[in-house]
Design a protein around this ligand. Sequence first.
Ligand code: PHE
Length: 535
Amino acid sequence: MRYALWNYLHRANSNKQQARMMARHWLGNAWMKRNVGIDRPDIMSSSTNIDYRELRLRMRRGCTPTYMSRVSHCAFFLPRVFSSCRRYLGTRVEERSPLVVEGGTTSIGDGVKQTRELKESIEAQQKHVNTLELFGQTYVRDEWTNIPTMVMDKLGRNLHNQKHHPLWLLKERIKDYFYREFTGRCHKPLFSVHDTISPVVTTQQNFDSLLVPPDHPSRYHGESYYLNAKHLLRAHTSAHQRELVSTGLDAFLLVGDVYRRDTVDRSHFPVFHQVEGLRLFSSEQLFASVTGSGPAGLDLFEAGTRTTSKQESHSLEAAHLVASNLQHTLKGLIHFLFGTSVETRWVPCTFPFTHPSFELEIKFNNTWLEVLGCGVTEQKILHAAGAGDRIGWAFGLGLERLAMVLFSIPDIRLFWSNDECFSEQFKVDDIHQSICFKPLSPYPPLINDLSFWIPSGESFDDRDFYELVRTIAGELVQEVKLIDKYTQPGSGRHSRCYRLVYRHAERTLTKGEVDLVHRAIGSAVETQLGVKGRF
Ligand code: PHE
């Protein structure tokens, strides 16, 4: 391979001196001395055909990653050579943009003084090959890096912060519940809300800070999206628990995108959104509101069998109260979102960071659906965060799952839709307005515009027009949009132009039937709204 490169450089360059310099840079001084020497006519004058069999043998025998990457490095500047090389290296050299050698490290050839531009361009290229840029930070790739473009594209979309998006809407409803129900001094909300924290976290945050054991399956490479061995896209919002508690917060909600390697189907997607909630109590706060009874129907700690000392029984009672408060809070939330008639049940489970732990399920269409995980926060975590004198609970709730049930959204992929017909359905003035999603029609739309003059001095209310369209066209019209407004200077009369999108949910509309409806709307606006058609 090096021979091939040398050959190429030498032949392609009319300036032999420069060719030699480049060759030294890319192939290394030692190799040049050994193999080319001062002049090796057998190599330099060899035919235009490269001996690929020989090359392949060499590659198989002694090719190191550094060497390989140097090859790809040269190849960046010499695409022709690279494509030849690649044919013989097969999958070991992979062309991405830019060219990357799997598992390789690039190294700049030794011994030769390069021109500054050359050096800079090589360094820039090298940096690009070996690093990932995310949110203004640079991460060095390594064998853990496994983020596909499809996931990269989702970074920064922040669906939960896009006004009127269903995930935003649900987030707002959840916030509203916590703001209404829990107030502190001067009626200020007790829970602070954090929804702009970067999804890039360290393994320390995602696992260690939550007492996830070193051999826990959730750490497997195949489970998460790693930037490198130390950084990943958070697999859950719990990754920020410790840092937020250590800033002194006693009650917060944290909303964000989370990433897990998962299959893509109607209810799974590698990116989804969670709300994390956490509340801490001092022992006085907790016992000031002692009710004495634990959560109904739950034998949490088999109290009495495990307790001996007074202190232990005190902390057991505290944990009991916390669990009771947690369940009360979350049940309240579900009833706030779904109405009080929804059936719920608690299922005991395990998380490394809570004990005891539960999942909350709701009955939907006659099947039990898990909507959140929660539990009493492990004391060790609070200690490490400087809140060892507190005790508290945490929960993590998946927004997509709830939104799908709440708004009848049949497919998780729809959340990422850019189709206005999707987003339009969630544009409501009141966040609590009930919404039942209407699936997007697979049939093509037909678009017709309607313009008319409004006599000067006359008033015109958009809503009258929308209602009239709805009355005449019914389900045939999917959308009405004002696209132009204009006032004629002399006469003072106004003109409006509306775009009507006709689309049926179950069949393709014909132009003839749409024309008929459109004309009917045209004459109705004239007779009923007193305008003059411009059609
Ligand atoms: N982080 C957990 C998950 O993603 C949910 C959870 C949060 C459980 C907080 C307990 C406490 O599944």
